[in-house]
Design a protein around this ligand. Sequence first.
Ligand code: HEM
Length: 507
Amino acid sequence: MESDSSSLWFCAVCSVFSFVFFSFTVLFSLFSLLIFVLRLKLWCRCEICKAFLTSSWTKDFDNLCDWYTHLLKKSSTGSIHIHVLGNIVTADPGNVEHILRTRFENYPKGKPFSALLGDLLGKGIFNVDGDSWKFQRKTASLELGSISIRMHAFDIVESEVRTRLIPLLSSVSGKQRVLDLQDVFRRFSFDNICKFSFGFDPGCLDLSLPVSEFAEAFDLASKLSAQRGLAPSSLIWKAKRVLNLGSEKELKQAIKMVNEFAQRMINQRREVGFSDRHDLLSRFMGTIHDDKYLRDIVVSFLLAGRDTVASGLTGFFLLLSQHPKVESAIRQELKRVLSATPPSSSDDRRFVSFDQMREMHYLHAALCESLRLFPPVQHDSKSAQDDDVLPDHTFVRKGTRVTYHPYAMGRMERIWGSDCLEFNPERWLKNGRYIPESPYKYPVFQAGLRVCLGKEMALVEMKCVVLAIISRFNIRVLNPYQGPRFAPGLTATVRGGVPVLVQQRGT
Ligand code: HEM
């Protein structure tokens, strides 16, 4: 009897709770809807938000980054506010310095960004702030700064160029066989970054251009993680993730493959030993004993070093195909450097040495110039921890996303002068020597405390490729004057690839 009445009581209390909870949920949803409708009305009064919501900007621009560039050019401050995205976008060097250096602590990557890439990158350097970032930054800076790892990276790149890139281009040379140069560079950089990070060679650039399951899983995982950012609300992809539906299901499977692969690599290293190996994983295994953390660190490096280098090279060859004079100037510089300083005997197999490359100021300037116009990372966002005011007087409310935009900055007359749209390597040279620009004016590798750790390595890799190709081949881009249309993603990628014909020089 007693238990009956207590269960009745229990049911009654539960019903009241359910009713209150249900009413609260309905009220909350109605309230949120009301706020959303009010905001929508407000946004629709803002021309930029209206154009964004209706996609009307696509009538005049091929790419979102071109539309943003147009808006930033028109803005008196050099910043714009896309209210509908809660995002302030800036192309002002003073603001960039403020975000990346002066008030660095107020502008971490923040939760919204780390949530997007969290399943793929875990606690890897790319995706964390605070102490975890500081620890990885310090360890990775020590590793990447060492001469031995730089030489190791140079050896890897040189071998990939000699044994794969040149044979592949030779095999299609003069045969009217169209090659997708962007795909070639993506394969090239994936082989390199895997060898560098894991000491594993996926062989993506072998003559048969094989399909690599790991490369495909990695690409899919980064593409789908980036696409989460396109959803109007994070609730959408989070709900799909809980229910294991559609793209989230695919993403889960792709990440599982990446994880299994990374774990196999870690297990192999443990079995055969890692103390005498040069790859990044082996180096980190000396200090870190948690397999999950090791995986996260190395996967961040794969993401950082893969598409960026391929994208930089693709942009460079697109510009070179429109500027034959720049191509001949690089050839002349190579000839001059090779005849002035014959390589030492240890460099015999390399056709150009590390030191000779350092003498090539024009080549360096040409690469910086192409990265100015086609930065691989077109924009990058931080999240404001507290209210702030930017140097151009833009007010930033706590929680706002603040984005600096290297692509737009490279096209700003107020930064680069009236010839800002021209591909002109000379702008980086004084009396034939390369003069660097302020990194806040040119944040292609980011700047300040989180500046890219692979910048030097990336430039050496790109130089090796450029010299190897232009000294042996003429590359003809099939539609050189057609402006690229970019595919959405973390790194600039040309939609549909870059079809080229290859001709051996002197044939
Ligand atoms: C042309 C090639 C490259 C470009 C344009 C580039 C650009 C960038 C940019 C813009 C960032 C900041 C990203 C962010 O914080 O959201 C970054 C960070 C980073 N990059 Fe690069 N990168 C390139 C190549 C590489 C390579 C080859 C490696 C490694 C081997 C690398 C390693 C890193 C790492 C570890 C970070 C994170 C630094 C930190 O958060 O402290 N990058 N890079």
